[in-house]
Design a protein around this ligand. Structure first.
Ligand code: MN
Length: 298
């Protein structure tokens, strides 16, 4: 484990929507940063902001025909920043941008903590497609196939892959055939929205205790589309009916930090250019900030 010298939080921005997207998800880091800065200042936390001009420039010149090359380049730059932040701060918040960021953030996390490290992926989707299996060709649906070593590319070399036994999915419900097959084959731990919302036998703390144990280092990747669009976050590109509550995300964060070290959180796919009306936009933003504040405070 890397030495933690400062009680501080690092904020890494991924202002990116690489992968055939025309929407405004790349604007989210800047939109969120102002509110987050206010939170950390109010609580007098030390904060370091990591902004990659390289990623911004790549995003600006993106061209779908070079989509793949740009995703890898952007995530190499992201990996470097996240790795630095993990080294320099006791907590790192990675704000996207789309979920292709998982490539850079998880890769940095695994390089910094190659042993005794686990990942919780909170999402409506499994993001486990390979380039060959993906029906859409969107990289934001593929990061975990690279992180687990199922798909590979020399343009994004990885020295450490995630062991599939160290991955748990929370909230997944909209899956492609290859993903269903792979999750079953590898027996990847999964918590469905129904378990969290309606199963009185299911206990979050018990789940975390069984899955993680004690004294481990944990990364959580939170895609806001994991939440139920009817009551929670609607400002996101690919909503799926059903879903969990933001309070479940906080409950997970709390349970993880009781006996383990949560070093980093991704917040991804919030898109404030989407939303039926002002009220939905406001709710999406407020709920996201509430989870971020909880992570900063825990
Ligand atoms: Mn996702």
């Amino acid at each position: 484990m890397l030495p933690v010298t400062k009680s501080s939080i690092g904020i890494v921005q991924y202002p990116c929507k690489l992968g055939q997207r025309k929407d405004g998800v790349d604007q989210t880091p800047d939109r969120l940063l102002e509110s987050i800065s206010a939170i950390v200042q109010k609580e007098s936390k030390n904060v370091r902001i990591y902004d990659s001009h390289k990623i911004r420039n790549l995003n600006r010149v993106q061209d779908d025909s070079h989509n793949e090359k740009h995703v890898f380049e952007a995530n190499l730059a992201l990996r470097e920043l996240v790795f630095r932040s993990l080294h320099e701060n006791d907590k790192t918040l990675n704000i996207g941008g789309d979920h292709s960021m998982g490539l850079g953030t998880l890769s940095a996390f695994l390089t910094a903590y190659p042993k005794d490290s686990l990942v919780i992926w909170i999402d409506a989707h499994a993001d486990l497609n390979t380039r060959a299996s993906s029906p859409s060709g969107n990289f934001h649906g593929m990061p975990l196939s690279f992180i687990l070593g199922i798909d590979k590319d020399n343009a994004f070399p990885m020295t450490v892959h995630l062991n599939h036994q160290h991955l748990a999915y929370i909230g997944i419900r909209d899956l492609d055939p290859f993903e269903i097959e792979t999750i079953a084959k590898l027996n990847i731990r999964t918590v469905t929205p129904a378990q969290l919302t309606t199963d009185s036998e299911f206990n979050v703390r018990e789940f975390v205790k069984n899955f993680i144990g004690e004294g481990k280092t944990v990364h959580i990747s939170w895609d806001v589309d994991s939440t139920d669009p009817s009551t929670e976050i609607t400002s996101t590109g690919t909503t799926a009916d059903g879903g969990i509550k933001c309070s479940h995300v906080k409950e997970l964060i709390k349970a993880v930090t009781e006996h383990n070290t949560l070093v980093s959180l991704d917040v991804t796919e919030l898109n404030l250019s989407l939303g039926a009306n002002e009220e939905e936009l406001r709710r999406s933003l407020d709920l996201t900030l509430d989870v971020i504040k909880f992570f900063i405070d825990c």
